[in-house]
Design a protein around this ligand. Sequence first.
Ligand code: F6P
Length: 750
Amino acid sequence: MRLSLRFILPLLIALAAIAYGVVPMVDGLTLRWSTRDLDSRSSMIATTLQDPLAELIEKGNREKIFLYFDKITQDERLFALGYCPAGPGGLIATRTFPASLNCESLAAGRHPQAKLLTSVSGLLHVSSKEVLIGGRSAGWLILVHDMSFVQRRSEETRRYVFYFFIGMGAIVSLITVIIAQLSWRGWNHGMRALLRGEGLVRPMERFVQPELRPLARDLRTLINEIESEHRTRDVSMVTWTPDSLRRILHEELKGDDVIVVSNREPYIHVSKDGRLEVHRPASGLVTALEPVMRACSGVWIAHGSGSGDQEAVDAQDRVAVPPENPAYQLRRVWLTKEEEAGYYYGFSNEGLWPLCHIAHVRPTFRTRDWEHYVAVNRKFAEVVKEEAKTDDPIVLVQDYHFALLPRMIRELLPRATVISFWHIPWPNSEAISICPWRMELLDGMLGSSILGFHTQSHCNNFLDTVDRLLEARVDREALTVTYRREPSSIHRYPISIAWPPPEEIHCDPVPACRAKIRRRYHLAEDQRVGIGVDRLDYTKGILERFKAVERLLEAEPSWIGRFTFLQIAAPSRSSIEQYQDFELRVRALEGRINARFGKGDWLPILLKIEHYEPEAVHEHYRAAEFCYVSSLHDGMNLVAKEFVASRNDERGVLILSQFAGASRELPEALIVNPYDIDQCAAAMHLALTMPQAEQRARMRLMRGLIQEFNVYRWAGKMLLDAAHMRMRGRLTQYKGDIPGEAPPSGEVIP
Ligand code: F6P
């Protein structure tokens, strides 16, 4: 009914307005037409009376003229007649002749045009005609017509117009209501069919207009996702938890073997003064995967890079972690200095890292590095085979260090399900074409059963690259690539963090963290603090961030002395020249800005180039007024999510680069272009002055999203997809079964 009223009310208002305008117009028209009628009627009567009247005038008999007039005015419309003689004698007129008319008053207006007169008897039409006798004027005949019939006609017309519009309004409303109800029912029906999952395409097409079909498809996908999640989760469970993952492993994967491979290890043993210390690296990959492995209890294979790593492992190079409460095995792989230099520092971080990040640092590709990259990938493949308890394990291959590994695993363990996740952006095909070994990389990656990226645009770039460079079948609807007769699903799995954040358990409340951090850096109690937490990497926009702080102090000098930006920068890849240069530039800029604005003990920027353990970072997040993530390009950036998760007080503001994948999920952050220094300075000012209610509203929305889309969901979705694949036996069924599939070939010349 409400839907119908929405159409009917405006319609009725419009009709009433039209009627209001039409009535006076109809009145005017009726009056004009009637006056014209009476003009010609008067002229006709005057002509008819001309001769008999002339005769009576010649006889000079006033009485007879009066009787003659009286007789003629029996006609109901002719209201009165009068005669004004040219000479003496005065007016001869019927009794009904209006008193306001006399020969003197009429003499002034004697002309053939009529005039309208309002008298006690109503509206009158008065016209005059000259009486001629023998060609000479003998006076004027005055004819007065009653026009009350015009008023009657007018009233009647008004009534008709009123009824006409009422009728029209009713008919149009009825038609509108019927059409609205039919359309609504159609839409409803379509949606219900959609929600019931009934023959999606056909029935929907009947009800949904072509332009709405993509929306319907997305809706169906979303519903499917939610349904499949609900099937796997306990109905009472609102959020994905470690238990959800365990349930998938036991119920959907029947306890299958799970192996994770990454370059970075989750725990690093460092030998210090004859003792072993355990460090946790600053790594988004580790932040995300560690809680997943705690839940899944598999084996994590990684490069043993710590000075105490060899000492900590058993005879099979394994160590149970986490050290305080072991839940899974860490299998360490040893690399020589040359291998590390070529595979990790060289090909991965001087080649692929700048290639995939649009941060204006040139990639460097060396044949020697490539050879190490191939050799190390092979070494890890062998270790995967060693660690596999069955011939069809589920192997989760992490990141750009292992682009070749999926194909190598497939060769050693053809029945394995390989899920690869690319943690950094995938650029467009032109950029990838720079790499001399692009074909080998793509070939290696397409050994994966599932290949995941953070965002849909990274998936699309990957599909475009394959389409352009390889002879492969790319299905953009199903998001699959079939290459060497093997299908790979290309999917978006936005990575996240554990919820609730594990650091929260032992962390002080927010006010205590605020006080502690201010004490630690000798800041006044009411000092405002902004924070940045990154690896010291040129992709993170740290220089641009410092320039924005400088701009803030220029534009809003009231913050001088009252605001401090605290930058935690974990040393990273420091044997690479570009990283060394970058550190020098960061230090120089910090020095210049501090020298320009610093006063006494107060400095605008506190730069800490050192490693902080996750609990300490958590405390810093809780102490800050805002956190600024200014990546020039980033796959996801988990600092953004960690900051939001740490703020259980629902305070604090996140300033987030539009070039970080996280900006697709956290639109309630202040989204900025990190290259636009003025805009970023304004965002900092806004963050420092944002009312609490607004901070809370934004934080709530972001926290809700991270809680729901946490890392258990990220891993769970991939494992579920793998489980469905295994159930359908797709991998083995497809292997070698597709006739006419093109054999692997060389590069397609663009
Ligand atoms: O962001 C890409 C990435 O490889 C992450 O997966 C990881 O957290 C981070 O870089 C750390 O890099 P590294 O292992 O070289 O210190």
